[in-house]
Write a protein that binds this ligand. Structure first.
Ligand code: HEM
Length: 403
């Protein structure tokens, strides 16, 4: 339930008195956190057509999305449709069901995104990044751009910002060529792809997924995506201009939990950003601030965010907060995936086509993975990127250096 500015004002003005009591450390911290949360909720901005539509004009989906954006409703869902699609994608029965084509797409994407190790593949990680790079090309002053499919409908992909996205771009275009005739827009395909990828990654959240975005064949504005050497201040301002506050930004960069870089340091092609690539866990938050295995390559931008006074406490809170992070990521990603969308009230929901979330995961090949993380077996880089089970791959014992 969203509290009014007045209630948060009362809560905040009571804080100094509450803080005065000795022995109340934990509850004081809890109250402070709750107050900060209320303040944040009250400052949440609406986007697109939701900015001007009255509540009485909202559809049921429009109301739900508004509630998600204002953080009074969860963006996660566990509603699963276990039935098979009503027919092949060409059948009349399938065409009569809006989500049927998405079910077929979901089957294809799930197979592509899930590796034999059970971790998610480079295509899954690429899909999440592609979703960000299509939608993120938008700011409050933009008159075009955002989640409009333009990243794959124009030459946007040639921009240096988009290095590393070629494989997932080729794959997504293939799906578009196959399914566009059934009414699937590129903008939706990209955002549905990001949400399917997220839930296919072990421990990833199952984010409510909406369709009906419109495509735009005009390349989005330039200069609106972040760089890996950016200061926290630059990043916070860049995202604030997209209505994404510092807290949401910390949640979103957690996507680097699954990541393996290829262009930041080409000499370390395939090195991960935490010790658990292909797993949607919180190791990234802890390892960015403390020691990590030698193969882990931390982005300076992530280190900067982990230390800044505006982002540090949330960063710390995520270190032991898988559920907290998943919830916040889902809310923040929903906002991101709707930037530049001006028909939010007309969107429909097809969350039910997403595969179920995996709430626990053990890597069966952890012993080999650990040696790789220590810097051995460079020849495994591509296999880890493809999330292939590593057990049985290495037959020679690790090299021991005598001193
Ligand atoms: C602070 C802002 C951010 C910066 C500076 C940044 C930068 C980068 C860079 C440099 C890479 C590596 C690309 C490569 O060398 O192959 C990367 C990977 C990735 N980023 Fe970000 N990013 C940011 C925010 C985000 C957000 C908001 C998301 C998603 C919501 C995201 C999702 C990903 C994913 C999933 C990968 C892994 C791709 C792969 O493994 O192929 N990033 N990011």
């Amino acid at each position: 339930m969203k509290l009014s500015s007045f209630s948060s004002y009362v809560l905040l003005s009571l804080l100094p008195f509450t803080l005065a009591h000795p022995g109340m450390g934990d509850s004081m911290r809890d109250i402070r956190r709750a107050a900060a949360q209320i303040e944040r909720r009250n400052s949440k901005e609406l986007i697109g057509d939701l900015k001007t539509l009255k509540d009485s004009q909202l559809t049921a989906i429009g109301k739900d999305i508004k509630a998600i954006l204002l953080e009074s409703k969860s963006a996660e869902s566990s509603v699963i449709d276990t039935s098979i699609p009503p027919g092949t994608v060409d059948s009349a029965a399938c065409k009569a069901d809006l989500c049927c084509v998405w079910k077929w797409i979901s089957y294809e994407m799930t197979a592509k995104f899930n590796g034999t190790s059970g971790r998610c593949t480079k295509f899954a990680r690429g899909a999440v990044r592609l979703g960000f790079h299509d939608a993120g090309v938008w700011s409050k002053t933009s008159t075009y751009g955002g989640a409009d499919g333009s990243i794959l409908l124009t030459n946007e992909l040639d921009r240096a910002d988009n290095n590393g996205l070629k494989d997932i771009a080729d794959y997504t275009k293939q799906l578009y060529n196959k399914y566009n005739k059934y009414g699937v827009s590129m903008a939706d395909l990209i955002q549905m792809g990001a949400n399917i990828a997220t839930v296919v990654c072990p421990l990833g959240p199952r984010i409510r997924s909406f369709v009906g975005r419109k495509d735009n064949a005009k390349a989005g504005p330039t200069g609106l995506l972040p760089g890996e050497t950016d200061s926290a201040d630059k990043l916070i301002k860049l995202f604030a201009d997209k209505t994404i506050d510092a807290h949401d930004l910390v949640a979103l960069v957690g996507a680097h939990s699954t990541s393996q870089q290829h262009f930041v340091d080409k000499a370390r092609d395939g090195d991960p950003q935490d010790s658990t690539p292909g797993i949607w866990d919180v190791a990234f938050y802890g390892e960015t601030t403390t020691a990590a295995p030698p193969r882990v390559l931390k982005f300076q931008s992530d280190i900067n965010l982990s230390k800044d006074s505006r982002t540090k406490s949330e960063w710390q809170a995520f270190i032991n907060g898988q559920g907290h992070w998943n919830a916040d990521y889902s809310t923040s990603y929903t906002r991101l995936s709707l930037l530049g969308v001006n028909n939010i009230n007309d969107l429909k929901e097809c969350t039910k086509v997403l595969p179920p979330a995996r709430k626990s995961f053990v890597s069966q090949d952890q012993a080999v993975l650990d040696l790789w993380l220590q810097g051995q077996f460079d020849q495994l880089n591509n296999m880890v990127d493809d999330a292939i089970m590593l057990t049985g791959v290495i037959t020679t014992p690790p090299k021991v250096t005598m001193t």
